[in-house]
Design a protein around this ligand. Structure first.
Ligand code: ASP
Length: 330
């Protein structure tokens, strides 16, 4: 009897400890916003997206549940999406005008405002890991093109030939865009065209917020075009005092409106909720003629997943451990 009482007491203490440690963890992801309409989806493709989003977010959430850092949760979650041809990041990214893949990514840590990013990489298998390494292993914030690839090789990150990233679907898209001489951010020739960047924001048991974003940019991009995804403050921002943000959409407009930081500033200086602030920043994006979406978590783990396109691949697990996965608007 005594042994049983001791055992039950120990179990109670253990469960109280693990619950109190996990109270504030939360994670939110996007897999790109755009013209994503149910009528253009096959049931198979829809299930493939839902399953991959669930796999990615569950991986990150498990890391947080086990007491891991938000940095690790964001990295591992984004790697799953980069390794899937469904999204415009890593393998399956959109193609440039010269029919190569050129990858951008960024990462920011809310505890100390550390950040790292790469742009225009042709070979880095997981750009999000390279962005984190720029933050941790270099004195810089943003490395580009050949230099980014050289850095990744030097520190031993996995690289792949550019052909590894290229899928037939994206090759067809860029060829059709080129035939029509369209220098465009959307591909008008595929029904489910969308932006497809991936992003993740997480808050760990210590209240540390991390944000990351990874993309191939826009179809048929030329002249070394770089979008918002690797720009800290535009596509990605994190600050433990307010929130973490990751964006997707027409990058030029997200840069011009400094969207990720604009949301943070409204929360810090104007006391707005993360949803109000996200809506307001997206209104500004629309005013300059752009569109897209943002995901974010505030310091209390409140989530926002706002967009002004037809859909946005997205998922969220909050303080209560409930999973939400969505594609279309509501
Ligand atoms: N924002 C990205 C860019 O402009 C595109 C995307 O969200 O898919 O490069």
């Amino acid at each position: 009897m005594r042994i049983l009482i001791i055992f039950v007491s120990l179990m109670l203490i253990y469960s109280c400890q693990s619950n109190s440690g996990n109270n504030n963890i939360a994670i939110v992801i996007h897999g790109g916003a755009g013209t994503i309409l149910k009528e253009n989806m096959t049931p198979e493709l829809e299930s493939a997206y839902l399953e991959k989003l669930e796999e990615a977010i569950s991986t990150g959430y498990q890391i947080l549940q086990e007491g891991g850092s938000s940095q690790l949760a964001v990295e591992e979650t984004i790697k799953i999406m980069e390794n899937s041809p469904l999204f415009n990041a890593g393998v399956g990214a959109v193609l440039t005008n010269d029919e190569t893949v050129s990858l951008d990514a960024s990462f920011m840590e809310g505890a100390n405002l550390n950040a790292g990013a790469i742009a225009g990489s042709k070979y880095i298998k997981n750009p999000i890991s390279a962005a984190i390494s720029v933050m941790n292993d270099s004195p810089h914030v943003l490395l580009s093109s050949k230099g980014a690839d050289e850095f990744a090789i030097k520190i031993g990150l996995d690289t792949m030939p550019n052909s590894y990233f290229i899928t037939e679907r994206r090759l067809n898209s860029v060829r059709r865009a080129k035939e029509n001489d369209k220098l465009t951010y959307v591909d008008p020739f595929i029904n489910d065209y969308k932006y497809g960047t991936v992003g993740c924001v997480a808050i760990d048991k210590n209240g540390n917020i991390s944000s990351g974003t990874s993309t191939g940019g826009t179809t048929n991009k030329k002249w070394g075009r770089i979008g918002d995804a690797p720009i800290i403050g535009a596509g990605t921002y994190a600050n433990n005092d307010c929130c973490g943000i990751s964006a997707t959409g027409w990058g030029e407009h997200f840069i011009r409106n400094v969207v990720a930081y604009d949301i943070a500033a409204q929360i810090m200086y104007d006391d707005k909720s993360i949803t109000e602030a996200s809506k307001k920043s997206l209104e500004k994006v629309m005013k300059t003629g752009g569109d897209g979406g943002v995901i974010g978590l505030d310091k209390n783990g409140n989530v926002s997943m706002e967009f002004n396109t037809a859909g946005m691949y997205r998922a969220f697990i909050g303080n209560d451990g409930e999973l939400t996965v969505k594609i279309y608007s509501n």
